[in-house]
Design a protein around this ligand. Structure first.
Ligand code: IPD
Ligand code: CA
Length: 274
């Protein structure tokens, strides 16, 4: 199993390298809205996903693929999860915080992951049980989450769903609350990179809801392999398909879950709770 996963990780890294080379110097000409005006797709999302799919199908025809732009394996027990550009809004504006995310998810969780940020020159990778690593232009580093043990000293990161203007799950109350109780709170615009930076200890914790599995699968693996904890927003088992995660070092993970529960209770009006 370990040898097989090492091979699949090596394949994912090669494919991510090709996608990085494709995307590194491009600027989109065509930016279109999908489900709402904040949910964007460019010609490069489509082209990168086509490239990644072609390479994965050629090398592992037995493993189905679920990709953001092309859909696919919604329920397969083992599948590749592909986000050709995570942070398309940043990409469309020329802001370099976006990434390509690939993960292999099996019945017991994420097995292998690669996240590469072409415009930053950063790549992160990891395999279940084998640690998480990065190359951010100064050699290979093994990732380790931060040891911060108090929310008021922590730097957190989160994101907001593209349908936030109308959706009930919009993260606004949570954002406001953590701006008060945490040392700092950021919104960078690429969930995969948010999780990579938690795994690297540059950010102390992350929470978000309303995501898709390809946004969080690879990064969640890295946080765990870097010694951190990843759960759903109630502290239960993490599943990429749930589209939500709380990820942090052991020093503050429980506190983030606790504060999210407080915000949730405060949001329930008396009529809703009866
Ligand atoms: C988005 C990013 C962002 C998150 C959004 C996602 P996309 O992914 O991950 O950080 O807050 O909810 O939709 O659409 O750019 O791949
Ligand atoms: Ca995307």
């Amino acid at each position: 199993m370990t040898a097989e996963l090492d091979e699949l990780l090596s394949l994912a890294r090669t494919v991510a390298d090709e996608a990085r080379a494709l995307l590194r110097d491009v600027r989109p000409q065509r930016v279109e809205a999908k489900r709402n005006p904040r949910d964007l797709v460019t010609e490069w999302d489509t082209r990168a996903e086509e490239l990644i799919r072609a390479r994965l199908i050629a090398a592992t025809p037995e493993i189905p693929i679920l990709g953001e732009e092309g859909g696919g394996a919604v329920t397969a027990p083992r599948r590749w999860l592909v986000d050709p550009i995570d942070g398309t809004v940043n990409f469309a504006h020329g802001l370099p915080i976006w990434s390509v995310a690939l993960a292999l998810e099996g019945p017991d969780g994420v097995e292998v992951g690669v996240v590469t940020a072409p415009a930053l020159g950063w790549t992160f990778w990891g395999r279940r049980g084998g640690g998480a690593f990065a190359d951010r232009g100064r050699g290979v580093e093994r990732l380790a989450v931060s040891a911060v043990d108090a929310l008021e000293r922590s730097l957190l990161v989160t994101g907001f769903p593209s349908d936030r203007a109308t959706a009930k799950v919009n993260n606004f109350a949570e954002w406001e609350h953590f701006q008060r109780v945490a040392g700092g709170c950021r919104r960078l615009g690429s969930a995969s990179l948010d999780l990579c930076l938690v795994a690297a200890g540059a950010l102390d914790g992350y929470w978000e809801r309303g995501l898709s599995p390809w946004d969080i699968a690879a990064g969640a693996l890295f946080v765990e392999e870097a010694g951190g904890i990843v759960t759903d927003t109630r502290g239960g088992r993490f599943r990429a398909a749930s589209g939500e995660a709380v990820a942090a070092g052991g020093g503050i993970h429980e506190a983030i879950v606790h504060e999210l529960a407080r915000v949730g209770r405060a949001a329930v009006t008396p009529e809703e709770s009866t």
